[in-house]
Design a binder for this molecule. Structure first.
Ligand SMILES: Nc1nc2c(ncn2[C@@H]2O[C@H](COP(=O)(O)OP(=O)(O)O)[C@@H](O)[C@H]2O)c(=O)[nH]1
Ligand SMILES: [Mg+2]
Length: 355
């Protein structure tokens, strides 16, 4: 093509390529169906199959021209040849970058045209089948697949949400209390059985957000929601129902939900009975765990269990046992009141207490 737009020296397949769907001859039913998809803005994934020269590429290019203005073409359409011998790594990299870049001032879907898809090796087809949620890193010959999950932690103030996350991410516990304002964000990589990996994006939502205006934003695209209550505080358990009502307003596609009873180290001060927890668990059809951010009891186990369930990974008893936290306890000298007439009695005993 020269500067004035005239087509010179183009192969005839390009020169006479139909530029609109109406220019295409025959395949009337197919063209009618595709036109309907475009009109209703409901274009599904399309697979064109047929011998060479029957118009597969021309049809999809005509669709693209109908869907996007010439100025949008480069940002919204990616044309690739799958038989490209540069390897699937490059082709897939281009697809992931293109698909994950948001185009400003243009909503709607982007179009990826994968020509000669039948020339793809089986490995290459499998690699592309993995969803857009996967982060794929190439480590020499080994391919590392990392699933990304968004986890949102909700619950009343002082129930220990921040402490749970800090125990899980940094294995630390702070006794002092600093209220979370708005929300905080954490990232944590998790190894799962069979060398699988997950990248957890954890949102720690402040208790005040129950009446705030940002909850819908924090819940956007959440894969897992944890609702935390304090086992020593009945109100915090009752508040779970209010959180559920709020969640239902914003979430269309239900994520995995689990109720987390925190502060199991204060079992002797428990005011939320096991019965009411099981009742709510059955009513809502959700998971439930009893944990302690302070002692670390069950913290990594419940994260692993939920993430594995979400990803459909089966955990063996050994996988679970490996997560069991050894609860550290301090030996405290028992104070024995001195009694008269008690001679030579060995009272050198100790008791165990969790501090
Ligand atoms: N005994 C005990 N205290 C805890 C536990 N988890 C958190 N706390 C304490 O509860 C208070 C509130 O914790 P925080 O994580 O800030 O609660 P949040 O408002 O829900 O984020 C802090 O003083 C923590 O030290 C726990 O498992 N056991
Ligand atoms: Mg907090």
């Amino acid at each position: 093509m020269n500067k004035t737009g005239n087509k010179v020296n183009l192969p005839w397949v390009e020169k006479y390529r139909p530029s609109t769907l109406d220019d295409l001859v025959s395949h009337e039913d197919i063209i009618k169906t595709i036109s309907k998809f475009i009109k209703e803005d409901q274009v599904p994934h399309l697979l064109f199959y047929g011998p060479p020269g029957t118009g597969k590429t021309s049809t999809i290019l005509a669709c693209a021209k109908q869907l996007y203005k010439p100025s949008q073409f480069t940002s919204m359409v990616l044309e690739l040849n799958a038989s490209d011998d540069r390897g699937i790594g490059i082709v897939r990299g281009q697809i992931l970058t293109f698909a994950s870049t948001r185009t400003i001032f243009k909503s709607g879907f982007k179009l990826i045209i994968l020509d000669e898809a039948d020339a793809m090796t089986l490995d290459a087809q499998n690699a592309l089948r993995r969803s857009g949620m996967d982060v794929i890193e190439s480590d020499g010959d080994e391919e590392v697949i990392e699933k990304q999950l968004k986890i949102v932690i909700l619950g009343g103030k002082y129930t220990g949400k921040t402490s749970i996350i800090r125990r899980f991410c940094y294995n630390e516990f702070v006794k002092s209390y600093v209220s979370t304002i708005g929300a905080d964000f954490y990232l944590k990589r998790m190894s799962l059985p069979s060398d699988k990996k997950a990248l957890l994006r954890i949102t720690d939502v402040g208790g005040d957000e129950l009446c705030g205006t940002m909850l819908d934003k924090y819940l956007f695209k959440a894969n897992v929601i944890f609702l935390v209550y304090d086992i020593t505080n009945k109100n915090s358990f009752e508040e779970i129902n209010s959180w559920i009502r709020e969640i239902q307003k914003y979430i269309k596609c239900p994520p995995i939900v689990a109720i987390i009873g925190n502060k199991s180290d204060l079992e002797h001060q428990r005011s939320v009975s096991n019965q009411i927890v099981s009742k709510l668990m059955k009513e809502l059809n959700v998971l439930s765990y009893l944990i302690s951010a302070k002692s670390g009891e069950n913290v990594s186990l419940f994260f692993l269990d939920v993430v594995a369930r979400y990803l459909g990974i089966h955990l063996t008893r050994i996988d679970k046992e490996n997560q069991i936290e050894v609860v550290k306890a301090r030996l405290v000298k028992e104070e024995v009141p001195k009694r008269i007439n008690e001679k030579n009695v060995n009272r050198n005993t100790s008791i165990c207490s969790i501090q």
